[in-house]
Write a protein that binds this ligand. Structure first.
Ligand SMILES: Nc1ncnc2c1ncn2[C@@H]1O[C@H](COP(=O)(O)OP(=O)(O)OP(=O)(O)O)[C@@H](O)[C@H]1O
Ligand SMILES: [Mg+2]
Length: 352
């Protein structure tokens, strides 16, 4: 089995419930135990990481220190940082950095920065880039939301580009200004006048449906994001890092038990256009080590069960392994608590 080298950014992705958060945390613990400076960020709005790490959500978006002893004595000297990504905290960070004020009372901004407000993936990109640039961590581990949302994260660079597309944004930035400063109308050129006349007409209809307050808030929100655009477009540089195999590791997680093989295959075919070739398939919850050790010879029934379980696991491998050069297996842990799972899986990353 080829062991992954340690890279500056390591991404865990996969379909729902396969063990992304657990394996990402086990990787963080393993690296912290090697005295690496590690930050783990979850951009999953469900934030199961907080249960695994016993941390509170109140300080969402800020780095919190996690002591390894919650995973047992063996890890008592390990510490790492964790962030439960919050679009609100990320936008605050942008405000501090750019010195451009964001109106957090604006109802559109408030909607956007909610955990499911649609900015999670874009803000994830901005945040990871921010912490990467701080040069404070040897490794930044990313726990992504399930399935398609992870693709959203990968595509958020494109979304940032589209969002700040000039033709769209200039109209709104103009409207944002003109709402406050309508006597400036005369200063604009004939083309802008034509465009904005059309848009104004549209907006006037929208105002009838939504009320003028909504339109005012909407244009002002877009305008303020536009003013801070550099902080967003700067994050596009992260895309290069994610596609550079010297700088990032990709771990696609699948489960040996839940017939997730086909889902992993589908996700891989979508993601492969965006991630580099040096990626790993992590087969989690594998019963194979237990099955191979299991002496079922004194009962026919048990032998049948054993063989069918082995066959089932094997079929998942056959289904997806051709697409991955490197496959890494993690056993089903028999303990109950998520901390037990993390502790045991952290050992698997060790090279023999
Ligand atoms: N190897 C393992 N052995 C036993 N239990 C495991 C193993 N890996 C993960 N689990 C357990 O499986 C459950 C799901 O794991 P986890 O939350 O890490 O999945 P996920 O892929 O992050 O889920 P989501 O898609 O909801 O984010 C948890 O209860 C976790 O403790
Ligand atoms: Mg998770």
């Amino acid at each position: 089995m080829k062991h992954p080298d340690i890279k500056q950014i390591e991404i865990f992705c996969g379909t729902g419930g396969v063990g992304k958060t657990t394996l990402a945390t086990s990787r963080a613990l393993f690296l912290a135990n090697l005295s690496k400076k590690v930050l783990i960020i979850t951009i999953d709005p469900a934030k199961r990481l907080k249960e695994v790490l016993n941390i509170k959500d109140e300080t969402g978006g800020e780095a919190q220190s996690v002591k390894g002893n919650i995973f047992g004595e063996k890890f008592q000297n390990a510490t790492f940082d964790a962030i439960l990504m919050s679009p609100y905290a990320s936008l605050k960070r942008i405000e501090q950095k750019t010195k451009i004020k964001t109106d957090f009372n604006n109802t559109i901004i408030q909607t956007l920065v909610r955990p499911y407000g649609g900015m999670n993936e874009i803000m994830g990109m901005v945040d990871v880039h921010h912490f990467y640039n701080l040069n404070k961590y040897d490794v930044i581990i990313l726990d992504t939301p399930p399935g398609k949302h992870f693709i959203d994260f990968l595509e958020s660079a494109k979304k940032i580009n589209n969002f700040f597309d000039k033709s769209f944004i200039e109209i709104f930035s103009y409207l944002g200004k003109s709402l406050k400063n309508s006597n400036k109308d005369k200063e604009i050129g004939i083309i802008k006048l034509l465009v904005t006349t059309g848009i104004k007409k549209l907006i006037s209809y929208l105002e009838i449906v939504t009320g003028p307050e909504f339109v005012k808030n909407f244009t002002e929100a877009i305008h303020s994001l536009y003013l801070a655009q550099e902080a967003f477009t700067d994050a596009l540089k992260l895309e290069e890092i994610l596609q550079n195999e010297k700088k990032s590791n990709w771990f696609l997680v699948t489960s040996a038990q839940q017939h997730k093989g086909e889902e992993a295959e589908e996700l891989h075919s979508l993601a492969v256009k965006l991630m580099h070739k040096d990626n790993f398939l992590l087969i989690n919850k594998s019963l194979m080590p237990l099955l191979l050790d299991w002496d079922a010879t004194n009962s026919n029934d048990l032998t049948i069960i054993k063989n069918s379980l082995i066959k089932r696991e094997q079929s998942i491998r056959n289904c997806i392994q051709d697409q991955f050069e490197s496959i890494f297996e993690f056993p089903e842990v028999l303990g109950i608590s998520p901390q037990e799972h993390v502790a045991e899986l952290a050992e698997v990353w060790k090279k023999d």
